[in-house]
Ligand binder design. Sequence first.
Ligand code: PLP
Length: 299
Amino acid sequence: MQSPKTPIQEIKDPLFDKKGVKFFVKRDDLNHPVVSGNKFRKLKYNLEQAKLEGHNTLLTFGGAFSNHIYAVAGAGASFGFKTIGIIRGEAHETLNPTLAFAQSQGMHLQYMDRETYRRKSEPEVIEQLESQFGKCYILPEGGTNQLAIKGCTEIISEIDQDFDVITCPVGTGGTLSGLIAGLNGAKKVIGFSALKGDFLKAEVNRLLNEIDAKNLNNWSIQTDYHFGGYAKVKPDLVSFIQEFEEVHGIPLEPIYTGKMFYGLFDMIKKDFFERGTTIMAVHTGGLQGNAGFDFRKLE
Ligand SMILES: *Cc1c(COP(=O)(O)O)cnc(C)c1O
């Protein structure tokens, strides 16, 4: 899996001139036509490992709207693996666009009740799945493991533009951990939580610990821009996304990247960044999710 180096694009805005900041976007949404964004980064070394171990099947977990499920289905089809998606909850009569795509890529979809799903990493549940499907390369929900983090460190090694602060949205914290590990104490890293709550800091510390990148304190997680929680959206956010695309020509989605860019603009307005700061925002992709998202339903 060769990943092309993704472009870095400067965006201009009267707000940035007024506040004396520069703003670049690392366009990881352009890294693969199907498996775009950070999910591609996270899968790269896992697919290599699966091949090395002689697996021909990938098995993973996710909700019905999961970008990770979408990415695994697409990657499996592109790189020669069978794929199995264990989907949380009940089957619906018609598949949403994410699951319809996954199925079209050959992914076998199987639904798991919420109670069992909560115990999906326990040996009993895994054994049961392996007795049904045979040996599989198992990827965790959201795709975060040590190899995924290793893939995300490469975002840093690709950047040849100077910057002071780098940012990304946060779901499981895998991508953020990769940026932190890749910088290894240099510069500043800010993650924007797409979820409500304060648990992600501990989770990222746990992940960094696992890869021996602990004791770094050049990073933080912004928890003010979740808009009510995971996949929750407000009209304000929707109009920001629409205007951002009109003005800058870069599409965003409302679950992750829209919230981060909204947060960054708000923080610039509120003078969070000193004059002279150069910001590098990682666009983590996820745009295929827009197909399953009805903006008109939002009130
Ligand atoms: C999954 C996803 C994230 C979250 O990444 P984590 O590594 O789980 O924190 C961010 N942005 C987009 C677009 C995603 O699809």
